[in-house]
Design a protein around this ligand. Structure first.
Ligand code: DMJ
Length: 817
């Protein structure tokens, strides 16, 4: 009897305390967005974060995660091939490292210092016998350690810790070396790359080959921030050398369209297919090109970013604002889905100053969220797979033969979801934060408010927060990945923080958020706070007796290849020239030199959002460059170029005064996605009863002026075709007249986007894009009638100067004979 009572008591003590808020729904969800209201939203976000943190500490720690539904630690799968789980579960208290700097953002110095003390107490190195993914360890653990170290030492930010002796950096150095050994630096190969996985204790050689062959572009390109910062803080250049050379080698393998494929095979040492995009496998590659250029004022990286982004705008973005996965060689759409991970891109577009495109893409994700109640890992936009089920053109409400309406709806819903989970990823909130910084549009606060409400109701669990295993059925996943604490809550808090001055402390040096939401900064003033001495670092180089020979070789031998020239310059600049923080944007060095701008214009996260004077200077420089280029082309080749081809040069100045209404809601394109993809944008059963986020009555009546509703346009079917001989695709030049009309001299090498505007039974087509350049609605495309491809083509024919494709007239094309 005694045993039973004791057990019962133990069990009762161990029961988690349910979350209790100090706020009512009415106090929180009122779309007022006054200082008082925002402070309530911020406090509630912090309280929910603390609930998740306490759950982890009580039921998960010292393991990597807590299972939010069952309140137990989440352990690695003994089956090594379960990489979905084991890539992050290294047995190293992952959540502790990843979440630590969220306390800084939330202004909780004590908790931040408590985390540091705990880490120092428990970790002297990362010699743990487990196989993990290098990318994940880099962004979650190394990034967390570096950010924690910077805050602990840099007295300017107000979070430094008395008595701290640089232990986090020492740990970062240890982990850095364990990850660096995965690089292949082989004189026989012309490429530096890294293997995707490593055994933290025994190195990469003991990792089964089966899980070492598929590497992705993010896995190679997204070490550059953390590795370079590690190099600069420790004065050991090896990390930056490796990461930079890898990025350079990846970039050198881009296609003629400046697109980089996303799947790399480490056995063959080459990209295995040409697919590229902005979502899974490549997202943070782009992110780090731009962020590296900002953090370290690097012009080469700014240029690479510009070229990469321009290529994406030209070949991957469609009229609705979606960025598609495309074939890097041809630019043709390659898959039928977009990834939830792609929702990070608007945030990056803001950082690059392209606010309009950012908002457009963000509205795409808003619409998806409104239908599915989260972002399905993959959403299939393409209706073809569903259309095949109907024997006539589909209209909303039609049924598939043999099925009733409910079953038809169910099938269409399933077809629209490629991968059905939503693990509370942060990207949509992250972009809302960045966009809000740039635009102050209350729609973004409304998004945050609504997500906070969902966290309190739909996603809360006995021990933290659980997203969806299946977004369609609403089945929950018993995981709370560490990014929920390092990013989802952090960005939500920041979104509600614009009237809270404490975040200003973040603006020292060149500052960026890493892809995992860790705040990283760099400037030479940091040196005066440095705690780790050269002796400390050399003592760290002592070989651990238990490590095997191969690992030792890799770990402790230094610098196995020569620095390239640009790196030598960079090194010279950084190590010998005094270097002050200053205004940063993607054109920084040029703009700065010409304008002599000082650091008062620097704003982290939104570098292009500057004041009107600076903007007009920048604009005039761009304008002059554009004119120069145009004149050269005009006089040498009699060609004038379209502004879009010159690059994404729009730098918007946000009206950052207090908002009166939502500009985004007045745009004509708000519901473009809904109109373009009615068949594949389906509501899950649990969303049927829910109002769209932006249609919340209080918000709508307060911030959307009467009569200003968006004019949604009905979408027509569009598709692309490659006009080329088989196996031969070289993109052909096209000429855009200053009037906006397009001239095509030779049709071989075109990627054409058609719109079907068939009316009254007559088949009519329209060109809406050629090689990524849009054809304006009132513009014409002129085609040279003597084009040899056209003369030999079976699909195309010409009559009375009109061009026909398979017998269908193309209404906006004129053939010049
Ligand atoms: C995070 O670990 C990082 O943001 C990473 O870049 C990709 N996505 C997850 C969260 O979704």
């Amino acid at each position: 009897m005694l045993t039973v009572i004791l057990m019962l008591l133990t069990w009762t003590w161990a029961l988690p305390t349910p979350y209790e808020s100090v706020y009512t729904d009415e106090e929180l969800f009122q779309s007022l967005f006054t200082a008082k209201h925002l402070s309530a939203l911020r406090n509630e976000t912090e309280a929910l974060f603390n609930f998740a943190w306490d759950s982890y500490m009580n039921y998960g720690f010292p393991h990597d995660e807590v299972a939010p539904l069952t309140c137990e630690p989440v352990l690695a799968d003994p089956d090594w091939s379960n990489i979905g789980k084991n890539d992050v579960l290294g047995g190293i208290s992952l959540t502790l490292f990843d979440a630590m700097d969220t306390f800084v953002i939330m202004n909780d110095k004590d908790k931040f210092h408590e985390c540091i003390r705990l880490i120092i107490q428990r970790f002297s190195d990362f010699s743990v016998d487990s196989i993990v993914q290098v990318f994940e360890m880099n962004i979650r653990v190394l990034g967390g350690l570096l950010s924690g170290h910077l805050f602990a030492v840099d007295e300017r930010r107000g979070f430094h810790m008395e008595g701290y002796e640089g232990q986090l950096l020492t740990l970062a150095y240890d982990l850095g070396k364990r990850l660096a050994v995965t690089y292949q630096v082989d004189s026989a190969s012309d490429m530096v790359f890294n293997f995707p996985r490593v055994n933290l204790k025994w190195g990469p050689k003991v990792v089964p080959g089966r899980i070492q062959s598929d590497q992705c572009t993010s896995g190679m390109g997204s070490l550059i921030l953390e590795f370079s910062l590690l190099s600069r803080l420790t004065n050991d250049t090896i990390f930056e050398d490796l990461a930079r050379q890898n990025v350079q080698d990846v970039w050198n393998r881009r296609s003629n369209l400046d697109l980089v494929p996303m799947s790399f095979n480490t056995n063959l040492q080459k990209f295995t297919n040409a697919i590229t995009g902005t979502g899974a496998s490549i997202d943070s590659f782009y992110e780090y090109l731009l962020k590296y250029s900002i953090l370290f004022d690097d012009e080469d990286y700014a240029d690479m970013w510009q070229d990469a982004y321009r290529a994406l705008l030209t070949h991957s973005k469609d009229e609705v604002g979606i960025f598609h996965n495309v074939d890097a060689t041809t630019g043709m759409v390659a898959t039928e889905w977009i990834d939830a991970l792609g929702a990070f891109l608007p945030g990056l577009q803001v950082l690059a100053g392209d606010v309009n495109n950012a908002m457009r893409l963000h509205l795409v994700f808003l619409s998806i969220w409104n239908h599915y109640g989260g972002l399905p890992e993959r959403w299939n936009f393409n209706e073809f797979r569903s259309l095949g089920l109907f024997d006539k053109e589909y209209h909303e409400g039609d049924t598939i033969d043999g099925f009733n309406l409910t079953l038809t709806d169910e099938i269409l819903l399933k077809n629209s979801v490629g991968l059905e989970w939503y693990p509370l990823r942060p990207e949509f909130i992250e972009s809302s934060y960045h966009l809000y910084q740039a635009t102050r549009d209350p729609l973004l606060l409304r998004i945050g408010e609504s997500i906070l409400q969902e966290l309190r109701t739909r996603f809360i669990a006995p021990c933290g927060f659980a997203g969806y295993k299946n977004i369609i059925t609403g089945e929950r996943e018993n995981r709370m990945e560490s990014f929920v604490l390092s990013e989802t809550f952090k960005y939500l808090y920041l979104l509600f923080s614009h009237r809270d001055n404490s975040t200003c402390k973040l603006q020292e040096g060149n500052t960026v958020f890493s892809t995992e939401g860790h705040l990283l900064w760099w400037d030479t003033k940091l040196r005066q706070f440095e705690k780790v001495t050269a002796e400390d670092l050399s003592s760290m180089n002592k070989v651990n007796e238990t490590d095997n020979e191969d690992t030792k070789q890799w770990l402790w031998s230094r610098k196995r290849f020569d620095l390239n020239k640009s790196f030598a310059n960079l090194k010279r600049d950084f190590y010998s020239t005094p270097h002050e923080p200053h205004f940063v944007d993607r054109m920084t060095p040029h703009v700065k030199r010409e304008l002599g701008i000082d650091d008062k214009y620097y704003t982290y996260g939104i570098p292009m959002m500057t004041d009107a004077d600076v903007h007009s200077h920048i604009k005039s420089i761009n304008e002059r460059n554009f004119q120069r280029l145009t004149e050269t082309l005009q006089s040498n080749y009699n060609v004038s170029i379209h502004r879009d081809l010159h690059g994404p040069n729009q730098c918007l100045v946000a009206d950052r005064s207090e908002f009166i209404w939502s500009n985004a809601m007045q745009g004509k394109t708000v519901y473009d996605l809904d109109r373009a993809h009615p068949m594949t944008l389906r509501k899950t059963p649990h969303m049927h009863v829910k109002r769209a986020i932006e249609l919340n009555e209080t918000f709508y009546s307060r911030f959307v002026p009467e009569g200003k509703e968006s004019e949604a346009r009905l979408g027509q079917r569009q598709w692309e075709a490659l006009v080329a001989s088989e196996n031969n695709y070289n993109i052909a030049p096209i000429y855009t007249e200053t009037t906006g009309n397009i001239y095509i001299h030779e049709m071989e090498g075109l990627r054409v986007r058609f719109k079907d505007i068939t009316t009254n039974g007559t088949d009519i087509l329209q060109f809406v894009g050629v090689n990524g350049v849009s054809v304006g609605s009132s513009k014409k495309v002129y085609v040279n009638g003597a084009s040899s491809f056209l003369l030999n083509s079976e699909a195309f024919s010409v009559a009375h100067n009109e061009l026909f494709l398979n017998g269908m007239a193309i209404c906006n094309v004129e053939v010049l004979c």
